[in-house]
Design a protein around this ligand. Structure first.
Ligand code: F6P
Length: 548
């Protein structure tokens, strides 16, 4: 049964109680909260699926946490989770379920769309992906001229790019040397040209990933790839050996010229940014092989199960999502800084940007009425320790409010003397420095000249969570990503917004089409748009070199 309609969140007594608590708890310093509760660092923690989640450096007390759980209950969070897993059309503006969990549930999964079990479809596509990946990895899948495939290029954008890039980079250690996929997403031709500059088409396989197969950037890059192949292989029959597609749109794939036998299907109940465990993960599977790919799916599935069944107080995505709401709505944190102290996760912040901001960047509720509070924060970040030498200055001594997610692993995949201990020491040092800062008195006690004391003082009281796992593996990566996916659902459920649509990307696409026509056509430059755009167009047309 569909979860019942909700009143605006700001009218809920629990929300108002939190606003009251924010006045009280928010005025206190993390130094005080830690001083008065010596057990805090072991109490405000939760652990599941191999992830240890320390949220003791969040600016909360027990009462805040209880009130957040009460808010979640009042908003019917469990019913919303149940509706998600039951395959109800939780994406109401597009009337679709969001059943990405079915992709990783394995043969035992019982997920249904409109009453129909989808497990066997999922398993059939996965089996085809595995067989295909094995043929490419073993050299059995040959190019048109009989040469083995040595290069895999994924063409896609947004969810058809960011998940695969992030996963490949994160799991590069587990990938097969000599078969590193490359990724082309941008409509800027430099992306394609640089990605293929040193490749031989006879040894190159393109995976064209697009849920809709209508996305301009992807279709343009795929057309460029086809032309690049044909220019060197000189035979249209070559396309069948050098192109495969991942899509929900078989007709458009066929129209493009890719043999539907070389298409890996997924379904409209998988959102683009939730699709990395669908056939969109084909490049990941080719890179890391079946065993590791199945371990990745298992990590996702473990977190799915945990999310579905654990009580809120021990539920990692619930805790994470509620804390995100607390930070952005009650403590004024406009951004969440994602700080992986694991170099392999260097594309994780970019991946999370789409997952969180495309999902939570909404200003109306499910019923179309205005959202009266803030939706999701901005997400950004860089791996540690690199970020420490660029933007951390603002974190430590700037004036903005933010929260941080630190992510670290106890074991390194690449031991290099004691560098890993140093890396993790930096993670711990930064979360400590942000939380506790350094008071003027402490600075003075160090003998710092009076005039410099304000410059050398650190206010602290910047909240963070730390996620620690034993080792970066396919399983731990899956659990980590699923945690964020479900954290998004928690935030959306409490706010009553739809995290599965993205109408906000449409206006820009339409305007770009119009402007592209205006640039290409004979319409007088400097006409028809606003005065700024007209003047820029005029200058662009004066300087541009039309395509040959
Ligand atoms: O631009 C938004 C978007 O629709 C994303 O949500 C999606 O992941 C991306 O474009 C790519 O879409 P497709 O996979 O259909 O090419």
């Amino acid at each position: 049964m569909t979860a019942k309609a909700l009143p605006a969140v700001e009218t809920a007594a629990e929300w108002q109680a939190l606003a009251g608590l924010a006045g009280r708890v928010g005025a206190r310093h993390l130094r005080e909260l830690f001083a008065e509760d010596p057990g805090r660092g072991r109490q405000f923690v939760a652990e599941a699926c191999g992830l240890y989640f320390d949220f003791s450096k969040q600016r909360i007390d027990r009462e805040t946490l209880d009130q957040l759980f009460q808010l979640a209950n009042a908003r019917g969070l469990q019913a919303r989770i149940d509706a998600l897993f039951a395959g109800e059309p939780v994406n109401r503006s597009e009337r679709r379920p969001a059943l990405h969990m079915a992709l990783r549930a394995g043969i035992g999964g019982d997920f249904r769309v409109a009453g129909r079990a989808v497990g066997s479809d999922v398993q059939a596509v996965l089996a085809r992906m595995q067989a295909f990946a094995e043929r490419v990895r073993s050299g059995d899948w040959r190019g048109h001229s009989g040469r083995a495939i040595r290069n895999v290029v994924n063409i896609g954008i947004g969810g058809s790019d960011l998940g695969p890039v992030m996963a490949f980079e994160a799991l590069r250690h587990y990938s097969r040397p000599g078969l590193a996929p490359r990724f082309v997403s941008n409509v800027d031709g430099s992306d394609f040209v640089e990605a293929t500059r040193d490749l031989d088409p006879a040894e190159t396989l393109f995976i064209v990933c697009s849920k809709t197969f209508t996305t301009e950037e992807t279709l343009r890059n795929a057309a460029a790839a086809r032309a690049w192949c044909l220019a060197r292989l000189s035979d249209p029959a070559a396309i069948a050996r050098h192109f495969v597609a991942v899509s929900t749109n078989a007709d458009a794939v066929a129209e493009f010229g890719i043999d539907p036998a070389n298409m890996f299907e997924f379904w409209d109940w998988v959102g683009g940014r939730y699709s990395m465990t669908s056939a969109i993960g084909l490049s990941t599977l080719i890179a890391i092989g079946s065993e590791h790919f199945l371990a990745l799916l298992a990590g996702f599935a473990d977190m799915d199960q945990h999310f579905r069944s654990a009580g809120f107080a021990a539920n990692l995505p619930v805790l994470h999502g509620l804390l995100a709401l607390w930070n952005s709505n009650f403590l004024g944190a406009e951004s969440c800084v994602v700080l992986p102290y694991e170099h392999y996760l260097h594309r994780f912040p970019a991946y999370l940007q789409q997952l969180t901001m495309e999902s939570l960047g909404k200003r109306v509720r499910q019923d179309g009425s205005p959202l009266g509070v803030h939706s999701g924060p901005l997400y950004w970040g860089e791996p540690g320790t690199n970020g420490q030498h660029s933007f951390y200055q603002l974190l430590h001594q700037g004036t903005r409010a933010f929260s941080c997610d630190f992510i670290g692993f106890a074991q390194t995949l690449n031991p290099l003397a004691d560098q890993h201990d140093l890396l993790i020491a930096n993670l711990l040092a930064q979360s400590r420095a942000l939380a506790f800062g350094k008071s003027a008195d402490q600075v003075r006690a160090d003998g710092v000249p009076t005039a410099l004391v304000p410059h050398r003082t650190f206010p602290g009281n910047h909240q963070s969570s730390t996620l620690l796992a034993e080792r970066l593996t396919p399983h731990s990566l899956g659990a980590l990503v699923a945690l964020y996916e479900h954290s998004v659902l928690v935030q959306a459920a409490v706010l009553d917004i739809n995290p599965f649509d993205q109408w906000g990307v449409e206006l820009g696409k339409r305007l770009a089409r119009e402007l592209a026509e205006q640039i290409a056509g004979s319409a007088a430059a400097g006409a028809g748009q606003d005065s700024s755009t007209n003047a820029l167009l005029e200058r662009y047309r004066a300087w541009r070199r039309p395509p040959a």
